[in-house]
Design a protein around this ligand. Structure first.
Ligand SMILES: CC(C)(COP(=O)(O)OP(=O)(O)OC[C@H]1O[C@@H](n2cnc3c(N)ncnc32)[C@H](O)[C@@H]1OP(=O)(O)O)[C@@H](O)C(=O)NCCC(=O)NCCS
Length: 148
């Protein structure tokens, strides 16, 4: 089971406002903040696609910072699945300035791996993108401090 998807049009769902705490010494958007947002966004996307909260980042390809953003700018992030492997999901990410539509960053391949309860890679069984929430896990993972 290993599918490269033909249709990888990207939808931009998540917006972020560039705040003072997200700036670097140059006064523009700090790359570390942007990468944190993308990792979080791709984790949520992978959970929705694979129906499993136990997913981890395995690989991130070349990161191309094409433009910067300034305090007060609004950016939007788009993630799309490009390949369903046996235990993995590969995604493409694009971030752009919401007003100018200028691309700020693109990453061709972000690979997440689906884990079983034992923490090892486990087959996820999916080959296509869902645009609904039909694979969403119904309950959060049990926590040690939660009442039984
Ligand atoms: C994720 C992890 C369990 C995978 O272990 P592993 O021994 O590499 O597992 P496998 O060799 O079975 O590979 C699992 C999948 O990842 C893919 N993969 C492995 N290395 C890869 C790489 N360098 N690039 C892209 N995909 C890769 C494999 O192709 C496989 O996908 P498939 O089943 O769809 O074909 C292990 O590497 C790990 O725990 N890494 C740390 C993850 C983490 O904590 N991330 C958070 C950031 S620190």
């Amino acid at each position: 089971m290993s599918e490269d998807l033909d249709d990888d049009r990207i939808d931009f769902h998540t917006r972020k406002w560039v705040r003072p705490e997200d700036l670097n010494a140059n006064g523009t958007l700090f790359g570390g903040s942007l990468l944190k947002w993308i990792d979080e966004e791709s984790a949520i996307y992978a959970i929705i696609q694979l129906g499993n909260p136990r997913v981890v980042t395995k690989f991130v390809s070349e990161i191309d910072f094409q433009a910067s953003a300034r305090q007060g700018d609004i950016i939007e992030m788009g993630i799309v699945a490009t390949r369903f492997g046996r235990t993995s999901l590969t995604m493409r990410a694009v971030v752009r300035n919401m007003l100018s539509q200028r691309v700020i960053l693109s990453i061709e391949r972000i690979v997440y791996v689906n884990l079983g309860e034992d923490g090892l890679p486990a087959p996820h069984g999916y080959t296509t993108i869902t645009h609904r929430r039909d694979r969403m896990p119904l309950e959060a993972e049990p926590r040690g401090d939660a009442p039984a």
